[in-house]
Design a protein around this ligand. Structure first.
Ligand SMILES: Nc1ncnc2c1ncn2[C@@H]1O[C@H](COP(=O)(O)OP(=O)(O)OP(=O)(O)O)[C@@H](O)[C@H]1O
Ligand SMILES: O=C(O)c1ccc[n+]([C@@H]2O[C@H](COP(=O)([O-])O)[C@@H](O)[C@H]2O)c1
Length: 244
């Protein structure tokens, strides 16, 4: 279970609405009528919220919403992982469950969408593949990859990290119990978001111990967990016809 300590104070935060963000690949949109070009002439801004989402919780949703507001994103696509290689020390729920919980959690927000790119791609999940696939599917968009302080701290160990910087702008957000490190790169912004001391680990542990997860995860996700008996020690989370 994650430690619950006060949010770290940081000084290098980009927190102005509609702040100009230094992009690895500056916008080249030239006309408002080009596909994927906004009325203002700028390119479509697509946030990418990658995660295992086992289950998705309000920490994920608040982080995505806050980055969307500050960076003036047009859409945030949530991308559940297929086989997260850095979580191999524990068993992860079937992808189909995690995908459906993510769909339920994001359904009410017209700017939130969910992508299957990672769960439909065989093999281990690497963000380099996520971003390549999204670039191919959405060539008109500038990508903003959203990551919490804990994930950002590991980022130098990610596959093909040198190429990753050229595919997206990265936004690291604060998370209670984790220090948000300044990587000293202009293609990484740091942002303080409302502190949500919630983790998927804690949600799973609560369900296993018969404690409530109401208001930690969206209502529909509470009901989905109960319906399929997810996270109950004696009830394996495999009643759904899953793909992995
Ligand atoms: N409470 C939170 N506040 C801010 N960012 C978060 C929060 N929870 C998760 N994130 C970020 O969301 C992304 C996906 O996280 P993930 O799905 O692994 O959730 P988690 O709560 O960390 O799960 P677990 O407890 O199983 O490790 C990561 O970048 C992570 O840093
Ligand atoms: O590309 C990698 O090597 C890599 C290693 C660890 C995590 N990631 C990505 O980071 C995001 C959050 O991952 P996680 O494991 O914290 O849910 C998710 O999109 C993962 O695919 C990516």
């Amino acid at each position: 279970m994650r430690t619950r300590t006060a949010s770290t104070r940081i000084s290098t935060i980009t927190a102005k609405p509609s702040a100009k963000v230094p992009m690895a690949s500056p916008s080249t949109g030239t006309a408002a009528t080009l596909p994927g070009t906004r009325a203002s002439g700028r390119k479509f801004r697509l946030g990418v919220m990658g995660g295992t989402f086992d289950p998705i919780h309000h920490g994920h949703l608040v982080a995505a919403s806050e980055v969307a507001a500050v960076f003036d994103l047009d859409e945030v696509v949530f991308v559940p992982t297929g086989h997260p290689w850095q979580k191999s020390s524990r068993s992860v729920s079937p992808a189909e469950h995690r995908y459906l919980m993510t769909v339920i959690a994001t359904a009410s927000n017209p700017r939130f969408t969910v992508s299957r790119v990672d769960i439909d791609r065989p093999g281990l999940t690497y963000t380099i593949d996520t971003l390549r696939d999204l670039r191919a599917a959405r060539p008109e968009a500038e990508l903003y990859f959203i990551t919490g302080a804990d994930a950002l701290a590991q980022i130098m160990s990610w596959k093909d990290i040198d190429e990753l910087w050229s595919l997206a702008h990265f936004v690291g957000v604060t998370r209670p119990g984790h220090e948000l490190h300044d990587l000293g790169r202009k293609d990484v912004s740091l942002l303080e978001v409302p502190a949500m001391a919630i983790s998927s680990t804690d949600c799973r542990d609560r369900v296993a111990e018969d404690q409530p997860v109401w208001y930690l995860v969206p209502d529909g996700v509470v009901q989905y967990i109960a319906k399929y008996g997810l996270y109950r020690a004696l009830e394996p989370a495999d009643r759904f016809p899953a793909t992995n």
